[in-house]
Design a protein around this ligand. Sequence first.
Ligand SMILES: NC(=O)c1ccc[n+]([C@@H]2O[C@H](COP(=O)([O-])OP(=O)(O)OC[C@H]3O[C@@H](n4cnc5c(N)ncnc54)[C@H](O)[C@@H]3O)[C@@H](O)[C@H]2O)c1
Length: 473
Amino acid sequence: MSESSRGNTSRREFLKDSGRIAAAAATVTAAGTVPHVHAAENNILQVALIGCGFRGTGATANALAVEPGPMKLVAVADVFPSRIETSLRTLARAVAARYDRLAHDGYQEQIDVPQERQFVGFDAYKKALDCLQPGDIAILTTPPAFRWAHFDYAVQKGVHVFMEKPVTADGPTSRRMLELGKQAEAKNLKVGVGLMSRHARNLQQLHQRVRDGELGEILLMRGYRMHGPGGSAFSEPWPGTPSELLWQIQRFHSFIWASGGVYNDFYIHIIDHCCWLKGAWPVTAHGLGGRHYRGSWVDQNFDSYAVEYTFHDGAKLFFNGRCMPGAHFNFSSQLHGTRGCAIASRVNDCGGPSSTYAGHTFDGAQQRWQSEIPAAETSPYQNHWNALVAAIREDRPFNEVEEGVMASVVGSMGRKAAHTATEITLDAMLNSPDEYAPGLDQWTLDSPAPLQMVEGSYPVPMPGIVTDREYPM
Ligand SMILES: NC(=O)c1ccc[n+]([C@@H]2O[C@H](COP(=O)([O-])OP(=O)(O)OC[C@H]3O[C@@H](n4cnc5c(N)ncnc54)[C@H](O)[C@@H]3O)[C@@H](O)[C@H]2O)c1
């Protein structure tokens, strides 16, 4: 089924009834741009969810909670039917307030996804996006490898997009995504990328203070994400079912092709917000890392990373990442400038309060400022969605593709520097010819996995030995 509950007829009537919108619709034919048809009253924004997992369900809840509405979920796509069932059930249920969502009574009335608009398979995204009209919204929350293919089709369909980070793990798909971002802009599509730190009120307040010069020149930033094993970072050998491809997708944090591994997928928020606060992307990176206590795990990750990024003005970002039980915990970020220091994230990806200090010891007696957030704005995820939908309804510019791609490239640059034990420039990473999952837009459920198990394990980085690629092929 390729038509949503609202149906073509009612959409046509709606368009016909509005002279302003009909005029805008003419622009679609003439210039290929999308009219902003959503400012009128009673105009429902339809949503399709591609990738019905943990974050896709959370992002959809954020979408359905946007005020002012109305918003409606009309189609879903996944490669596993069970994920669709769980997601729809979760969305219909009341939840207490969580970090990514405010409390709600369930979104049953905003869910209109009969069986015929629940799609399964590698081409399911196309069928779900075919249910939307130009000007509706696609949520792209599969593992990152699929982002470019799904975004490409969304842009072709003329729908606005929310997509999760990271958006790429290699050079060719980064360049492709930058190009697609420009196409989206030319079509007046609004695009949000899940770097929610930039929508956390504590970090927005700190960002303004840094811009106003409170810390002077930023010379040093420190980022840490050091905790026990998380997500699907560490994997035991493939058990033989489901297919090796679907299993690697389920365990996407374990495989560089699928996500960029823990370095890209976990560390991107801290790295991104440090760069955003600095107002620049680093130009080079070198790094260290290692695999300890590996037992029977066969994933491609190091369990510890220490990367030194250098900016054009010589400033540094030191990033330390570790997934290891029993080790010291630190999940935070700090800045040091010529006129003082700041805590950016106190804990987690962007947790407040942020604060600034005279000197460099974070001494409470020298504290200058601490962030305060209105109760309704404590979820950076919801703030992000509110901003995206407001931009759609008010037809204001909103395109986060470039920062999403560049944050992903900076992640890949640090990861590759550690994996190869070489210095990697931003330019070299962005222009690298190595694509880790070529042709994935043609995959079927029977396709082979892009990484094949050999003698019970997968190739892993060999720093200093394999230096031109991230792992032996
Ligand atoms: N911004 C944040 O704080 C945040 C938090 C968690 C996850 N994420 C991001 O969200 C994305 C998904 O992470 P998750 O934790 O929800 O993972 P998940 O495994 O829970 O969900 C991914 C879903 O996508 C489905 N899927 C995989 N390939 C598909 C394909 N080709 N077509 C359709 N469906 C497909 C999977 O079956 C699964 O249901 C990742 O990019 C991750 O980095 C962001």
